[in-house]
Structure formats: C-alpha cells, structure tokens
Design a protein around this ligand. Sequence first.
Ligand SMILES: [Mg+2]
Length: 375
Amino acid sequence: MSTSNEIKITHIDIYKLNIELHEPFVIAVGTQWDSKCIAVKIHTDKEISGVGEASPILVLQGETQETSFEMAKIFSKILIGKNPLEIEKRINEINAVTPWNYAIKSAFDMALYDIASKCAGMPLYKFLGGCNDKQLIIDKTVTINTPEIMAEKAKKLVDEGITEIKVKLGRKPAEDINRIKAIREKIGNEIPIKIDANQGWILSDAMMVLNGIEQYNVEYAEQPLHKDDIQGMAKITASSPIPIMADESVFDHRDAIRLVKNDACDFFNIKLSKSGGIFNALKILAIAEASDIKCQVGCMMETRVGLTALSHLAMASRMIVYYDIDSNFLLTEDPVIGGIKFVENKRWILPEASGIGADFDPDFLDKMEMTTVKS
Ligand SMILES: [Mg+2]
C-alpha cells in the first residue's frame, strides 16, 4: 500500500492476555507465576491495522494488567479519528495524559510503528533504517534457586545448544558467589555468563559478590543496586572488576542521560515495556551512540509479538550488541502467527513481511477478555 496522509484510526481493540508459565520465574524483587500482558490492535479506515503488546509487571514498572487495560481505554479515546502515521504527535498526546505507564504506552507505540511500516511496504527493521545483517544469538535465563539446581539448569541449556547464559542473583549475596562457582564448574569456561541482581544488593554486597566472582569470567552484571541509587551505580561502575549494565535504572532517554552524566553504567538494557516503545528507545540509542555505550535489548514476559518488534529494533542500531530475547520460552502457549523464528537452538531470524510481521492467533484472542473503543 502506498503512503496516504488520509489514513485515520477508526477503532482500537484491547485484550488481556493470560498465559501460564512452565515454572515460577524467581528473581530478586519477586516471583512471577504467569504472564499477564496486554495486546492492542489499532484499526484504520484503510484496511490496515497494527498490533502491539505490553508487559506490565507491578514491581518493575508500577503497572498491572488491570491498570494497563484502563489506561489503554483512555489512550484509545485520544487516538481515534487521528492519523497513525504522525507517530511523534500521537506519542506526545498519550504522554500528555500521564508521565508514567510506559508499558501500556509501548503497546500503542508498537502498533503505530506496525501500521507505518505496513503503509511503507517494509518490514519494521527496514522502516527504522536498519539492515537484517546481525545474528540475534540469545541468552537463556537461569532463575534463583540453590547453586546445585541452578548449575543443573545451566548445563541443560548448554546441552540444548544455548551459547550464552544469564543468571539471576541478588537475594542472598553470600550465596551468590557459590551459585556462579557451581555453574562455572558444571558448564566449563567457554560459555559466556551474564548476571542480573535486579536491584537486590546494596553497595557493600555488590562489591563483595563482584570481586568474589571475578575469577569465573562473567561478561557483565545487570542492575546490582536499587534503580534510583545513581551515586551507588557510579561507584560500582568505577570500581567493579565486571562491567555494569543499567536495566531498571534506565527506563527512558532522560534516565539514559542521567546515567551518562554520572558515569553510572557501562551498558544500557533497553526494553520496550520500560522505554514506552520504539520511539523512546531510538532516543536512548542516540544517547548511547553519542556516549559510546553499547546496549542490550531485553524482554519482560512478552509473547513473540512483542519479541518480534524488539528484534526489528535490534537490527536498527549498531549500538545493540546483546539480545536477551527469551520470554516466550517461559510461556506454556505460543499464540502467535508469523514473527521471529528460533533456529539452531540459539538465534532468532526475522520475518520479511511488511510491518512487525507477527500477529496474535484469532482463536487465542477469542478466549481473552477484551473491549473495543470506537469513539
Ligand atoms: Mg535485568
């Protein structure tokens, strides 16, 4: 379809997506038992629609499926009748409603980009100026448990073909060193290990653990301290033997510039359900480029719809070098048609269809609670 300035948003469907996890997902700040995402479908008067997905997790973004569902109705009322191709204007309109609620904003952002890239007749990565030339080799995650069980789980992932392991830490600092030791002894020295404390340590804990695991060849440490402890993040970045990645400390571009000004991390972890979507993620990437900070793209509890949008973004910046794109493997259902495809048990390949190139299975959506906003 050729680009038309006349295109208008007619109605928006909002769905609560409920999917069980294979097993509880245990991290420092809490345990997830299921995935409760939100899908939005933005329809237009041109037989073209866009899909987006948000993954709200109360303890991380302060949003739930319920708050997101209500905010989505408010955002929808603002957007109906307007041109979806004017992305900046539409994003600023929903930003004017609330300064927060980044997760649900990201679903709308994603759907607008889906429409725009479909109108342009391009896969999203191309629309973003990217090139499908990177190998999206992912890590898979081992969540908090005893050192022995974590080592067994890491070994199982390596046996399946996974070539990078991410390990959740941050509950009991003294035991965290033993966890990494046990995993290293089980899987050998070749496989890169990344760790993520999810804000679980204080500065002295973090120094003790990071110095204690230096010998185990750890690639980087995500979010050792509370997200607002920027001074602590600066201290640990200056003195840690292992590079520091900001995750919860960097939601949007304003957070990114604050971290840069304080020399408070070595890497950014960009997630669409933190940044508010692709529009803000590109702003973070501009700051990353200007500051020579390499980035990871990461996920919450999204299906392959959200993960496909994220994978397109990964192709749009050379600053993105790590791909923590694995939440779909936690889910007991894969309700997605099209989208990224997992190959060689270790990497994703992108769809070449226009737009995101992924959508929800209508039979799955039929079973979910939903509402349609028409005006
Ligand atoms: Mg993290």
